[in-house]
Design a protein around this ligand. Structure first.
Ligand code: 4NP
Length: 147
């Protein structure tokens, strides 16, 4: 799961997807394309909205997305087009590029990007949570079916 800061959207996406997959078969992680918040925990607003929905994401730590992540992960979900461009820049080949998908790019979703809630209020975080929950329901079913 990749966003810009790895403190708002992708930590939520990591927690949500992890909660929908068997943990002995899948490893879910998140990273940011900026490194602005390296080493920091998620934004308190993300921690709060996750908690409200029964998820604890407070132990996560922000880290930078690296080219090596293409070797570690089979699927890379990005939150918006700008994240997509930053991740693709580090791809080595077509196989790497095929791993990268906008998380909202599935049939049934009218919106294609998860909006950055960083400069907004609580409402933005709840909106983002709902979007990610719907997307993760879809992706977790597909991932489980491809086991
Ligand atoms: P995120 O949100 O990419 O969803 O983690 C942001 C967090 C921090 C900043 C921008 C977006 N920032 O500019 O510091």
């Amino acid at each position: 799961m990749v966003c810009l800061g790895n403190i708002c959207r992708s930590p939520l996406a990591e927690g949500i997807l992890q909660s929908k997959l068997p943990n002995d078969k899948f490893f879910v992680d998140s990273a940011g394309t900026s490194g602005f918040h390296n080493g920091n925990p998620p934004d308190t607003r993300s921690i709060e909205v996750a908690k409200k929905n029964g998820l604890n994401i407070s132990n996560q730590t922000s880290r930078l997305f690296k080219g090596y992540d293409f070797e570690l992960f089979d699927h890379i979900f990005v939150m918006d087009q700008s994240n997509y461009n930053a991740v693709i820049r580090q791809a080595q080949n077509d196989k790497d590029i095929e791993k990268v998908k906008l998380i909202l790019n599935f049939s049934g979703s009218k919106i294609k990007e998860v909006p950055d809630p960083y400069y907004g209020g609580e409402k933005g975080f709840e909106h983002v949570y709902k979007m990610l929950d719907t997307a993760c329901k879809y992706h977790s079913e597909r991932l489980k079916n491809n086991l």
